[in-house]
Design a binder for this molecule. Structure first.
Ligand code: NDP
Length: 246
């Protein structure tokens, strides 16, 4: 088992599939108590059963990160259930790629509401508690698209650049409170992320990348690495990509 992890309580948004699910499963196997949030409760219930069956400890909470009361509820539920929160993992996100000229206003809104405002609400929900406790850790999932822009990724990249800006600003501001901040920037990872793309051109483009995708376990291991450092060590950012990815 990884040192420094056992007994910690981690809140994970977007835990119902892909990267969030892999993080939850791996952390639970390392003795971390996990509090799982997402909109699909059937998936969360299934994951909770699986974790419990494997000897782990998990609770679930219906969470829509675009609603701040909902994210506050996730934190409150975790405190009520487990008595503490050590790590807030803001992972929930959507990637609805298309060219700007397609004018997909609803998809732009969904990405901004989920990827940007959702992370802000996650920060807002846990920060007062971390501040009062003088200890805490935010792990915010950005992307390689938070470092680069490609055709069809303008809005998605804008939200992921913003996640890195928010996280860096947070890192600078919360020093007095002994709070750590980690940005996780994955490359192409196996998950359900591309399934929601509706634009045919973008769909075709991502199909060409699927072959190189690596397991979401790689991201789970990176999260565990950042979490397992002693409290005076802050792993500020990690980029994890397939060796084959340009
Ligand atoms: P998935 O689509 O498999 O998972 C996305 C998760 O986010 C789901 O659990 C989904 O749950 C949740 N989610 C979406 N909208 C909301 C919402 N409004 N409220 C609560 N939860 C929500 O994709 P990934 O696992 O790949 O994505 C996880 C993160 O990783 C995202 O932020 C993504 O941008 C990022 N990322 C992924 C990469 C990849 O290649 N896969 C690369 C770089 C970054 P539900 O639908 O049940 O609410």
């Amino acid at each position: 088992k990884t040192i420094n992890l056992g007994g910690k309580v981690a809140v994970i948004t977007g835990a119902s599939s892909g990267i969030g699910k892999a993080i939850a499963t791996y952390l639970a196997s390392q003795g971390v108590i996990v509090s799982l949030g997402a909109r699909r409760m059937d998936k969360l219930d299934e994951l909770q059963s699986q974790i419990t069956f494997q000897g782990g400890n998990a609770s679930v909470w219906l969470t829509d990160v675009t609603q701040k009361e909902s994210v506050n509820g996730l934190i409150q539920h975790t405190l009520d259930t487990f008595g503490q929160v050590d790590v807030m993992i803001n992972n929930a996100g959507v990637m609805l790629l298309s060219k700007l000229e397609e004018l997909r206003f609803e998809e732009w809104d969904a990405m901004i509401d989920t990827n940007l405002k959702g992370i802000l609400y996650g920060i807002g929900a846990a920060l007062p508690y971390f501040k009062a406790r003088k200890e805490g850790h935010f792990i915010n999932v950005s992307s390689l698209s938070g470092h680069r822009v490609d055709p069809t990724s303008a809005v998605y990249s804008a939200t992921k650049f913003a996640v890195r800006a928010l996280s860096e600003g947070l890192r600078q501001e919360v020093k007095p409170y002994n709070i750590r901040t980690t940005i996780i920037s994955p490359g192409v990872i196996q998950s359900e992320l591309t399934q929601a793309i509706t634009d045919p051109y973008a769909k075709e483009m991502v199909k060409g990348m699927e072959g190189m995708a690596i397991s979401a376990d790689a991201i789970a291991h990176a999260v565990a690495y950042a979490m397992s450092q002693p409290q005076d060590i802050d792993i500020s950012e990690l980029i994890i990509r397939p060796t084959a990815q340009p």
